[in-house]
Design a protein around this ligand. Structure first.
Ligand code: ATP
Ligand code: GLN
Length: 147
């Protein structure tokens, strides 16, 4: 049986995450919290971030969120920002902790973070791949900040 193998893997922490060199931290957040989040990420040496305007619903469903009518559209989807940050494995937990610390209000609608394994990074300008492409000027290699 393969069960003991599965057990051994799930006990390794955090074994339920498929192992990968790079991960995408995909965070769905309150728009008004994004400037705080991004400046905190910048301080820890994170330079590559992509944001999109998105709309969604979660636990708050069709109910109004505390901070106002402007976030609540007619079709019950709430305006959010999706932040996508690709980092090397050893930066994942620090990035997630930072996002939670800066984005959390404790109220319904704070958002959610998805962690996605990324199989490669390719810099279009240079054709670099892997670690070289993931590395950013002003990032971990250029600072003593353990990001
Ligand atoms: P170059 O040195 O050629 O400018 P670069 O690595 O600095 O390469 P850009 O070409 O400036 O990357 O990046 C283009 C866009 O890709 C950015 O505006 C950002 O949206 C996105 N991006 C880059 N790196 C990341 C990353 N690590 N995670 C998420 N998004 C990223
Ligand atoms: N890991 C990269 C670095 O330390 C930064 C990655 C990012 O900015 N998303 O240079």
């Amino acid at each position: 049986s393969i069960l003991p193998i599965i057990r051994a893997q799930t006990q390794a922490s955090p074994g339920y995450v498929p192992d990968s060199k790079f991960y995408k931290v995909e965070a769905i957040l309150r728009p008004w919290r994004v400037p705080q989040v991004s400046s905190a990420l910048l301080k820890m040496g994170i330079r590559g971030v992509t944001v999109s305007d998105v709309r969604g619903f979660g636990a708050q469903g069709g109910s109004t969120e505390r901070q106002g009518g402007s976030e609540f559209s007619e079709d019950n989807f709430v305006a959010k920002i999706k932040m996508e940050i690709v980092v090397s494995k050893d930066q994942v937990e620090a990035v997630i902790d930072k996002i939670i610390r800066e984005a959390r209000t404790g109220e319904i609608g704070d958002g959610k973070i998805f962690l996605v394994p990324v199989s490669d990074v390719i810099r279009v300008r240079t054709g670099e791949r892997g670690e070289q492409a993931e590395r950013m000027a002003g990032g971990r290699a250029d600072t003593s900040v353990p990001a």
